[in-house]
Write a protein that binds this ligand. Sequence first.
Ligand SMILES: Nc1ccnc(=O)[nH]1
Length: 530
Amino acid sequence: MKEAASSSETVTQEVEDTLQPVPEHARTTKLSGQFWIWAGANVAPINWILGALGIQLGLSFADTMTVLIIGNLIGMAGFGFFVLLGQKTGATGMLLARGAFGRRGGYLPAAIQAIVAIGWAAVNTWIILDLVMALFGLIGWVDPAQQNLGWRLGVAAVIMAIQVIICYRGYKAIARFERWTMPPTLIVLVAMSIIAWTQLDIDWSYAGPAGAVLTGGERFAAMSGIMTAIGIGWGIGWFTYAPDYSRFVSTSVKPAKLFATSALGQFLPVVWLGLLGASLATKNGAADPGELIVSNFGVMAIPVILLVIHGPIATNIINMYTFSVAVQALDVKISRKALSIVVGVLAMVGVWLFTLTPDFGETLDSWLISIVAWVATWGGIMAVHYFVFERHHRNFDYLFLSPTDTHLKAFNPIAFIAFFAGIIATWLFMYGAIPAFQGPIATAMGGVDLSWLAGTVVAAGLYLALGWPRFKSRIHAGVPLGIRQDLSDREVLNTRGNAVIPRPDQVPAGETASATAADTEGTGNAPVHA
Ligand SMILES: Nc1ccnc(=O)[nH]1
């Protein structure tokens, strides 16, 4: 048993260090790992800060919870489908992008994803520094009235170093970290929640800032904008990450179970922490829950500090690992391990830049709605490509071939048109906290923000319409949609095989490959038998 485990660990490391479709024997049938990865990524103070942000931006308690729940229901429903895509294809999010954007065209989304992952690692670390200083102040280590820049960057550097070490070791180390640290973390959280909800007088009927309670259209507009940021923004931000982790899940695991486990792993902690943050913010719009708990219950100081520091680590090992596989999708030949160190350094630079921004709430809001523009658009294109055009495919080896071996187009203009149109549509419909992010259509609608919907619908609709003729003219469903113009469908079927047929090593033990699959050579280059 032990030997099997360690050999599967070696296989996992080989797979992740050179990007290849994860073979069935290196996959896991245990779903708890997926639950803890996503729960771990979300049990972080940033999620109570998001709940408190709703109150700070002027919503009532009930409206804050409404936008958090609706936003995350929408976000997590979409997230589940991207989880399934990883399981089905064995490919990372940014390798999947190649299928639609083209073999070289996939560099654009991969580069964006790499930068976004650095940004998230910086945001998640920066966001807790105020809180850590306040907590250190309560136990007498620093004077929280001071800037404490040295302390801040020092704490960030320690957190960053821990993240780099875990990420360096790869997927298994990440899964293990989340599994071991989550139970004690949850105990602290439960304790915090009980204290908060029984000992502190929360104003459950909080209606908004005194004298400035929002009503009618204004209230609806504010809810839509805040939902885009704290509900949709947080949730859909994970779409691009989902396949990077679910590619390690065996295809014998029922998709419905995988969907539910992963989506709940995200949804439960996000809503719970949002509730904690929002309810405590009703006491005093500004104070952070961690600070409130510690100032009322000094014995909680150490566990709360540990929880707060654990938060960004658990979230950022996901960001950093995804950074490294996104860079691999750029055909950069630096080892995934070396990349773990590179991202740590870059994220530290990011933390320092964020500490220079003047307004915490505006910076966070702007970050979140920019993420929406990118992910809603990317997600719309990917959904059409893999759930409509290539829904019958089982063998995705074509995504992994080198630029010289590939039979995909270098660039697929259709995807680029859909992508840029989607980004513009998101901007037209967005209504963020700063004027640059207040698009003309949203402004004309009195500040109603439907950017996430506009981006998805425009990108998906255009990609569907422009890709439809090719989809219809393809002679066989097993031909990738994005093949080069100089190749015929017949040629691709004959030399590259039929993508509808799985490779034998993709088939879970106990299930037998179909008769045709038995003819493949294990490389996916099966000749077609007429
Ligand atoms: N919502 C998020 C998506 C991706 N990375 C994060 O840290 N957070």
